[in-house]
Ligand binder design. Sequence first.
Ligand code: I3S
Length: 128
Amino acid sequence: STCLLETNNKPCEKSGPLNVTKITEHGKKVRKNWTSSWTVLQGSQLIFAKSQAVATSWFGSHQSKTEFSVDLKGATVEKASKDKSSKKHVLEVKTQRGTELLIQSDSDSIINEWFKALTEAINIHAWE
Ligand code: I3S
């Protein structure tokens, strides 16, 4: 994998730049706000930071630079249907807590890698 960061003896499975927006928070629809985020998959946590540099400093010390993170336990991931976004290569992640995210890359292969990694993480952590 492409992940170079590690903390608390927990390796991170995958990281890279993705475009992300929430579409629902606590079960309520929110206005889309697409931003490019450095995205890190670590165990059951999917973490979004403003940039790789910020993510690195986040891993080095404090957590305040994290934009937000979601827990993938009990989540689902699927390829987003066309009505969710006009963009190409979009995944929809729904968490158990009622947050729905869209994540997107201009690269089909990158989004397919994330789809695999997220599906695996969701399956591995399903029963925790
Ligand atoms: O699902 P929507 O409402 O068509 O999403 C688009 C809008 O949120 C738009 O912003 P404003 O309506 O707040 O100006 C965004 O700029 C677009 O990127 C959204 O659509 P896409 O299809 O890019 O996800």
